[in-house]
Each structure stands twice: as structure tokens, then as C-alpha cells.
Design a protein around this ligand. Sequence first.
Ligand SMILES: [Zn+2]
Length: 163
Amino acid sequence: MEILWAPWRLSYVSRAGEEKETGCFICKALEEHPEKDRENLLLYRGERALVILNRFPYNTAHLMVCPVRHTGNFLSLLPEELAEIDSLIKRSIETLKKAYNPDGFNVGLNLGRASGGSVETHIHYHIVPRWVGDTNFMPVTGGVKVIPQSLDETYETLKRFWE
Ligand SMILES: [Zn+2]
């Protein structure tokens, strides 16, 4: 019973070429009315940092913590931005533990083109909950990956536990 159900990966592939035209999805989510936060998967708006769900998750409840300021330059981050990012990473992990009780987390940054990130990207820390028995990334061949919750459900769950 091998199931590979990852419609967001398909839409990612098909939308890859559009990314430049549509601009930065993080800034776009912030600029839109808070009423659209759910649609935009924006979980929390802070003063200098925010938390947003990854629309193309590596695993269930894959969060991203970002500075509000659009920059891809890690070294330009100000102490107050770093402080708020740190506190939101902590709160994200607390929330994920309460909501999903994962066995572990991968937390980190991809900086620059050679890292798998993009030079022009808006800095985002990945917070990926992990469960014993899950797999690294979504395998194209071999392993099996099931993401049991839709993004809508995940957003609702996290929103509830975030408060
Ligand atoms: Zn941006």
C-alpha cells in the first residue's frame, strides 16, 4: 500500500516559473488584509518577525519563521530582528509539541544558491517536525510518504494551539 499524495509538490513544479512574476509570497501575505491570513497560511504577525506555514511542506506542519523585512542577507539582520525570530522559533516548537507531539525537529536556514536556497529569497527558518519512522523529504522513488492532514486543517490546529 504505497501512497504518494503530494498535490502541493505538483503545483510547486507547475508554478516554479511564475515565482519571479508574482514576487515574494511572504511580503505578499503580510501586505494583504489579516482576514486573508488563513488563506495565506500566515499563522502569526509579529512586529519584526512572522510565522507562516510552508505551502509545499516536507512534513506535516512545516513552519517558517521570517523577518518582516524583505531581505535575503542574513548578515544584515538586526539584533532586535534576531531576538524576535528566536522567540518565534521557540514558540513554534512549543506549539508544534502541544499540537502534534513530534519526536524531534529539523530547524534551520538555507542561505544562498549553493545551499538549495535562492539568493533573492526572503530569509526563512524552516521548522520541520519529525516523527520516528518518517522519511527525509518526499521521495520520488523508493520510500513512501503520506502527509495525513490538509494545509487547512493544519492551519486550524496550529492556530488553536498557538494562542
Ligand atoms: Zn519578502
